[in-house]
Design a protein around this ligand. Sequence first.
Ligand code: VGL
Ligand code: ZN
Length: 205
Amino acid sequence: MSSALVVVDVQNDFCPGGNLAVKDGHEVVEGINAIRDSSEFSHVIFTRDWHPQDHVSFARNHPNQPEFSKKLVNGLPQTLWPAHCEEGTVGASFHEDLDVRDSDFIYSKGTSKDWEEYSAFGNSEMGKFTTFAEELRSRGISKLYVCGLATDYCVCETAIDGADQGFSVVLLEDLTRGIAPDTTRRAKARMRSAGVEIQTVDQLV
Ligand code: VGL
Ligand code: ZN
């Protein structure tokens, strides 16, 4: 059985100074770099939010809708975010201190303009699935250690979908940061109910 370290969206736009900054987001970088060579992981995978400029989740693409407001899109509630992680921009690049190597697998998500994709596995509510599960299985990976940004959105949805798809999933809680305390609390409760194990780095064997 192989395990992967799945580092979610540690990109400039989610770090202080970025367009959708997560408080203290940059603090996860050092700890992630420190564990990536652990013998526990056969693979290190980095996901990245990678949106076209006309992405449905950007407030600026909805006339008269303020940032952080919600709107029904395709019948589902959609949070309208400041434009972030536009493909190919500095904001979409990984944090400059993050140790990303040529041998790592980088997976872009949120690339279709018409739907939100917090999870690397896709948007299950809309029945849209990516090739991520297949990519993991083809590498013999059955266990995921998930960390990164943001706990309450992309980390949470990726972890829950992973568990739903039959992967054993551990959240490395101290290597994540959330956008807001209430949504972060709810996200952790949802992950727990979905069968995600919540651990800290020092519990890694
Ligand atoms: C994310 C909001 C919008 C995330 C991505 O990476 O958690 N959050 N897009
Ligand atoms: Zn996004």
